[in-house]
Design a protein around this ligand. Structure first.
Ligand code: BGC
Length: 749
């Protein structure tokens, strides 16, 4: 052992002994170890810890030996131990590497895309999926994932809507916390846990016009009331790392924003984790016109509180000179290094840097993982329409036509962000239906189109005749995986290619059409909905999408998903979201384009807020989703009609009864409206939800606690607090409030 490494070991063990004698063991113990190590580091080694490089670059090993790399992105599993040995055995201080990769919705066993998982409104199931993702990913040496993406968005044109949890800050917060808990488990030192990353801090989801990497121009109120809350929630839940966003927020790139990274995150929220940049985002501040040189970019970022440079190679070597010439204080570098080292200690990397290469065989695609993927995929589908109860398919159905480019497209059902998922392991809807029902059913399969963008209609007549000779048509349409995700934005949200035409032609066969949409975002499918008897929105459901869909179509399980985002009728309605502010001229008997008489007088249509060609409603509202049974909401009660601003609490209850003859799950949603306040408030906001299983004829009681802090909002004085006054509350099956029970309460000063 080299002399310096012996000293490191000695200092660390002294720190540990001190900790054992110290009643305040835990975080303090790690801080002591960090200080002991930091005190021995040269400036080069310190900056090296802030430098992340790609696992594939040729010079990586020599840079590692020189202590110039702190983290590796995308290291192949069979290289992990080799690189760790170099870092631990051949660098002067033997500091292990942090291995990072994007594990977004599963590693090998792929779960539905995050947007779909949000539709489950099932925190426990989402946490379980993240736990499994961590089990699998850590078996390949990954201890840091760049997930969850908790960027609230109101724009389905934005491709990354697939990677987040939709339009609502409350739902996104709960999903984000569930995912963090799943990845990190109860003890980050365990080798089957990985550090989560809350990304992209902040405002990335509000990208102007739904075009990726575009600017974000938002009010302080939007920033505080919608963009920050999910980040605050996961910070409080112990998310180990944050990633700064590519975008600027009101003129300042997030990667150089002292306000965001230092003042808000570490100051106001008291969070003590590590911040990593986005890919090249430090360097990109130059292209954004925020700095002129790479030196400036490095200085601005590190001074703002950015700890680790993902791939820019801007920190190393530029920071060396910047410290020497006094532009950056060494104490700033020290703080960043502390955050990196603290994470490595927390992950137990110093004690156990190596990968147990035998673990993967028993972990990847374990039967219980596939079962969980099936369960989550089932709960992630949303039943949008079900005329004449065409679903579930009745026992007397003897033949089905399976049509459409997504019916048997393993790669496409995986969705975006699947570096590691393997199409060979995917079970497609066609395969699942054939395997499970092929013996009793005649299955007439014709894809109709080869892929979602295909415009070749040659196969349409075969598709129509398959429909004619079948009792029911199962028509699988949607988007290929490559059409959503990072940098995959669309200005037209119709079904791509000739799919719209395919639906039209197949519907002409006169058989009930069950439309299954497998996509990475809400699509404007109004016309196709009209032509279908039933519509199941499945998003991209991952490895087990097929069996999950078979379970739903044939009624083994009743659909229970609810939309995590508003579905527009037309792109021109965007942004359209459920918790908008009230206009002073709400729509009132809107006259639509086709109903306007010729030469109508200018004032004859009234002056209210709507689109002549789209009315005011979306295609489907947030929170909407049908079941194979019906639920009745009754008997709302409040534990008290009033509460005080200080320490008040009211519990709201209601009964939900399953009126049908099937057991099913229902998500009861609590919406609240602040009737009048010193700043205008949204027409309603989701403040709670509970997913309950209810047997036929049975009644469940759902209850929600409300406290004033849940009703706080950002004020012009820069502070966030609740106000006294009257509030309206609904417990509802969706944000449309149809079928809701309603009441009022008051907050007194
Ligand atoms: C994305 C991040 C991702 C990173 C690393 C970037 O382009 O914006 O979300 O984690 O790449 O792959």
């Amino acid at each position: 052992m080299k002399r310096s490494r012996l000293i490191t070991a000695l200092l660390l063990s002294l720190a540990l002994t001190a900790c054992l004698n110290d009643r305040k063991c835990g975080r303090d113990a790690i801080d002591d170890k960090v200080e002991a190590l930091l005190s021995q580091m040269t400036l080069t080694e310190k900056i090296g810890q802030l430098n992340q490089l790609d696992g594939y670059i040729p010079q990586l090993e020599s840079e590692l030996r020189e202590g110039k790399v702190g983290s590796v992105l995308n290291c192949p599993a069979d290289r992990v131990n080799r690189l760790q040995h170099i870092a631990v055995d051949s660098s002067r201080l033997g500091i292990p590497l942090l291995m990072g990769r994007d594990v977004i919705h599963g590693f090998k066993t792929i779960f539905p895309i995050p947007l779909a998982q949000a539709a489950s409104f099932n925190d426990a199931l989402v946490e379980k999926g993240a736990r499994i993702a961590a089990e699998e990913a850590t078996s390949a040496g990954i201890r840091h994932t760049y997930s969850p993406m908790i960027d609230v968005t109101r724009d389905p044109r934005w491709g990354r809507i697939a990677e987040g949890y939709g339009e609502d800050a409350y739902l996104t917060s709960r999903m984000g916390v569930a995912v963090v808990k799943g990845y990190q488990g109860d003890d980050l030192t365990k080798p089957n846990t990985m550090a989560a990353t809350a990304k992209h801090f902040a405002g990335y989801g509000m990208t102007e016009s739904g075009r990726d990497y575009n600017i974000c121009d938002v009010s302080e109120a939007t920033l505080h009331d919608y963009i920050f809350p999910p980040f605050k929630a996961v910070a409080d839940a112990g998310a180990a790392t944050f990633m700064a966003a590519f975008n600027e927020v009101n003129g300042v790139p997030a990667s150089g924003s002292k306000r965001l990274l230092n003042d808000v995150l570490r100051g106001e929220w008291g969070w003590r984790g590590m911040v990593i940049s986005d890919y090249y985002s430090i360097e990109q501040m130059r292209i954004q016109g925020y700095v002129e040189t790479l030196d400036e970019a490095a200085a601005v970022a590190v001074n703002a509180g950015m700890d680790m440079d993902m791939m820019s190679r801007v920190y190393y070597p530029n920071l060396l000179e910047l410290v020497k010439n006094g532009t950056v204080k060494e104490s700033v570098i020290d703080d960043a290094v502390r955050n990196v080292l603290r994470l490595k200690f927390k992950l137990g990397l110093f004690e156990n840097p190596y990968l147990d290469e035998n673990r993967a065989a028993s972990v990847l695609y374990a039967p219980e993982h596939l079962q969980a993927a099936r369960e989550i995929a089932t709960e992630s589908c949303v039943l949008l329409k079900n005329d004449n109860n065409v679903l579930p398919l009745a026992d007397n159905v003897q033949s089905v036509a399976v049509i459409g480019p997504m019916a048997n497209a393993p790669v496409e059902q995986l969705g975006t962000w699947c570096f590691d998922g393997e199409p060979d392991h995917c079970v497609t809807p066609l395969k699942a239906i054939t395997d499970e029902y092929g013996e009793r059913l005649k299955i007439n399969y014709v894809p109709g189109l080869a892929y979602s963008r295909d415009k070749n209609e040659n196969d349409f007549s075969a598709a129509v005749s398959a429909a004619r000779k079948s009792d029911v048509v199962l028509l699988f349409v949607g988007e290929e995986a490559i059409l959503s995700g990072e940098a995959k934005c669309r200005a037209d949200l119709n079904l791509p290619g000739a799919q719209g035409k395919l639906v039209e032609e197949v519907a002409k066969a006169g058989k009930p059409v069950v439309l299954v949409v497998m996509a990475g975002r809400p699509l404007t499918i109004g016309k196709e909905v009209e032509k279908s008897a039933a519509v199941l929105y499945a998003f991209h459901g991952g490895t087990m999408a097929g069996p999950a869909l078979a379970d739903l179509l044939f009624g083994k399980v009743s659909p229970s998903g609810k939309l995590p985002v508003t579905f527009p009728k037309m792109v021109g309605q965007i942004p359209i979201y459920y918790n908008q502010k009230q206009t002073g001229r709400p729509p009132h008997d809107p006259v639509l384009l086709d109903d306007i008489p010729l030469e109508a007088k200018q004032t004859s249509l009234g002056f209210t807020s709507y689109w002549l060609d789209a009315g005011v409603d979306p295609l489907y509202p947030f929170g909407y989703g049908l079941s194979y049974t019906t639920f009745e909401y009754t008997k709302i009660q409040f534990s008290s009609p009033t509460m005080t601003l200080k320490d008040g609490r009211i519990t709201i209850f209601c009964e939900v009864t399953n009126k049908g003859n099937r057991a099913a799950k229902e998500t009861a949603q609590l919406y609240i409206q602040d009737i009048a306040a010193t700043m205008t408030r949204p027409v309603k906001e989701l403040k709670g939800y509970e997913k309950v299983s209810i047997e036929p004829g049975e009644t469940a009681v759902v209850s929600f606690d409300i406290t004033p802090d849940m009703l706080a909002f950002y004020h012009e004085d820069g502070k966030t607090y609740a106000e006294p006054g009257r509030f309206r509350a609904w417990i509802a099956p969706s944000s449309s409030l149809q079928g809701a029970v309603e009441g009022e309460f008051e907050i007194k000063d």
